[in-house]
Design a protein around this ligand. Sequence first.
Ligand SMILES: Nc1ncnc2c1ncn2[C@@H]1O[C@H](COP(=O)(O)OP(=O)(O)O)[C@@H](O)[C@H]1O
Ligand SMILES: [Mg+2]
Length: 246
Amino acid sequence: MSETGAGSTEPVLDVEDIHVYYGAIHALKGVSLRVGASEIVTLIGANGAGKSTTLRAINGLNHPRQGAIRFEGRDITTATPHSIVQGGIAQSPEGRRLFPRMSVTENLEMGAFQRTDREHFKEDMDRVFELFPRLHERRHQKAGTMSGGEQQMCAIGRALMAKPKLLLLDEPSMGLAPIFVEKIFEIVREINAGGTPVLLVEQNALMALDTAHRAYVMETGRIALQGPAAELKTNERVQKAYLGLE
Ligand SMILES: Nc1ncnc2c1ncn2[C@@H]1O[C@H](COP(=O)(O)OP(=O)(O)O)[C@@H](O)[C@H]1O
Ligand SMILES: [Mg+2]
């Protein structure tokens, strides 16, 4: 199996040895990872390991001091967040950050805000409602009055409205009831099956490893392990530290 997954040679996203700081705090100490064109790649690890910081670097919110980030072959290491979104990377952020007093439909519309090709807008909204029938039922409801699971669906739907060429998800299952957790991971697979590569940050290692093609395990600002998700699931160290198995 090629390193970037079935059928693809060039990765869509190539993060190479990045070092990221918060002031004097050295949060990422040489992180490298790749996402191939047809892949779901998961980044798992304990709280504080540096998962969100990795996504912030990819989004242009915290530029690396060293190393490089390439997207579709272009260097985006120091690109602005705006140009990165316009280039096709969209994220459903940790904690969702919807506009609570706006309706579901209005929140979804905000996701398409940066797009220049608005002629497919209606189709894309329909596609989101197809993926999330629940959002269609609640389309007139204020986002802030929905359950956590429904809000997460809305946040993912909003990211999809940007028509991303790469979708970043930061802990989409956090705080959700088990039935919604299942649903969210199912949707991630469906989005990927539709042709969108996904970088999935998760603390729910079991579900993430069951969903992804490949995985990286992050420990204190470094990639400690990497490989096909199915292989990491049987790795003794992963089982002890992240899957609660002895
Ligand atoms: N805004 C910030 N200011 C200072 N340190 C931060 C900030 N955000 C995160 N950190 C630190 O960076 C490290 C990685 O955090 P983070 O990327 O949020 O981890 P994770 O998403 O894996 O839980 C942690 O030690 C955290 O305390
Ligand atoms: Mg985080």
